[in-house]
Design a protein around this ligand. Sequence first.
Ligand SMILES: [Zn+2]
Length: 271
Amino acid sequence: MPELPDLEIIREGLSPRLTGQTIADVEVVRPLVVRDLTGRGFAQALTGQTFAGVQRRGKVLLFPLESTLTLAINCKLAGRLQYAAPADRRRAKTHVVWHLSDDHELRYSDQRTMGQVYLTADVDAIPGWTEMGPEPFDLTLDGFRERLRPHRGEIKGVLTRGRAVAGIGNAYAGEICFAARIHPYRKRTSLSDDEIERLYEAMKSVLRDAVATLRERVGTDTHREVRDFLAVHGQGGHPCPACGTTISEIKIQGRLTNFCRACQPGGLMQF
Ligand SMILES: [Zn+2]
């Protein structure tokens, strides 16, 4: 699932390529992901529009157009965006293709068909938009404490849901817990002030470092997801980079959690 660092790199990669370009034509190959909130018809309303930039809010990429409209894409589990020449082979499950005035294409592919491609005149109309928490880099430590307070559950889940803080998903929530040396299944209510502060610092450093790494590793290949540099996520069975203990792996309802039981002791359950 693309999270804040992945989406920042996609935004950086697409922004100079799309800004100022006009959409010559829109090809909706598979309409399941398309959500037209304008009532004007997705392809019809987009044709002739010019991209004004590329932005990100939480896990949503925003493509404001030089009109009142915004294209908003939530990649969910497997959505990918690619800027490509028409001759480049299309990825499987390409759902939408925007033909651009520079004779290139913006493509949205999604192996799971779970993402959403909105066209709207009002981003508040996007489901979940108004409940989204602040951006991690906009939060002060006090603000972070305040945002966590209403959420009482397991800390990794709290970080993931987007209401306390936006843009963090399963992989980076796991990384943040590891960097803070906090067990991912600890209840938020069990965390001390000091532990919350560690979590806050870890959130900023993990996300900042990941953006820097991905900028090098992904660059303009915006359809690629690179995760092999993460410390614990996806590293079950390998040695912990801090202490050498074998990294634990738990999968609940398809959701992978990795942690080091030596570096991150405790938790409600013992493994
Ligand atoms: Zn360890």
